[in-house]
Design a binder for this molecule. Structure first.
Ligand SMILES: NC(=O)CCC(=O)C(=O)O
Length: 275
């Protein structure tokens, strides 16, 4: 079994156009592979904006014999990039049962689907004045725990809210998983409070790696993702974190963009007239 693994979490910008989301994901998976990643992770709801009003419209049947747009795209990405791919999640449609699920598919380097996880714990919360979200208004919960084999050992998968339920990760650890991977999309209320805490808790409880991959934050969208995609090691140390908040912090603390003297930056202005 290989002892080292380079993993890439793609904090993808997700918008209203499915084809654009798929094309952007493809480009980023290829970039990750070129940078040496062998396992690549996309975020929850990577093909669709995150919101109960969007799930039906963006949903697809997951059927290897008759793959939809997102399934074809994921299979191609994994094969072309020659990586294992945890394909975030998409709204899955099961037409004969008239049901929708929030579903993660996992692909090997040959572009074959090797696992499928339907979100088990639906995100139903109501924090007065802050956030109300009820996935169960439109989604059904999955009923299975999911693990897959890789050359780096067995890995467990959960989706976002699943991370709050320690039993899932501990069952994965007890059955030999070396890591849990959670495509997720926490929000601006619970994200700062719990995202890192939960990832580190699952890591320390189970002495395993935990990777949590979020979409990029888009303040013009109806749901504001927390971001901060992170990898935590079995000592519960955060070993990698995408913290784009630092850009806003540094730009407001050291506001060089508003202090720029564009009036001087031409070759004519370089001449000091007093000399
Ligand atoms: N997409 C989700 O399941 C969000 C979970 C979340 O934000 C939480 O606080 O839990």
């Amino acid at each position: 079994m290989s002892r080292t693994l380079k993993i890439a979490l793609i904090q993808l910008a997700v918008g209203a156009k499915k084809a654009v989301n798929l094309a952007r994901a493809h480009g980023k998976v290829m970039d990750a592979a070129r940078a040496g990643a062998s396992l690549v992770v996309l975020p929850e709801c990577f093909n669709s904006p995150y919101g109960t009003q969007f799930f039906k419209e963006y949903s697809e049947v997951i059927d290897s014999a008759n793959p939809g747009e997102s399934m074809k795209a994921l299979s191609n990405m994994a094969k072309e990039a020659n990586v294992f791919l945890v394909g975030g999640s998409i709204p899955e449609k099961v037409s004969d049962a008239d049901k929708l699920y929030n579903t993660c598919t996992v692909w090997n380097q040959n572009g074959e689907m090797i696992a499928k996880h339907r979100k088990v714990h639906l995100f139903d919360i109501d924090i007065p004045g802050k956030i109300r979200f009820q996935e169960s208004e439109v989604l059904s919960p999955g009923n299975e725990l999911t693990q897959f084999e890789t050359p780096w050992g067995k890995i467990g998968v959960g989706i976002c809210y699943d991370i709050r339920f320690p039993e899932m990760a501990s069952i994965a650890a007890q059955s030999g998983c070396k890591a849990m991977i959670y495509p997720g999309a926490f929000n601006m209320t619970t994200g700062p409070l719990h995202w890192e805490l939960l990832a580190r808790a699952r890591a320390v409880d189970n002495q395993m790696f935990v990777a949590a991959c979020s979409p990029a934050r888009d303040m013009s969208a109806s749901y504001h993702a927390w971001g901060h995609s992170s990898v935590v090691d079995p000592f519960a140390r955060v070993i990698a974190k995408a913290d784009y908040g630092v850009i806003e912090d540094v730009r407001s603390s050291i506001p060089i963009s508003s202090q720029r003297r564009s009036d001087l930056y031409t070759s004519a202005s370089l001449i000091n007239k007093s000399n």
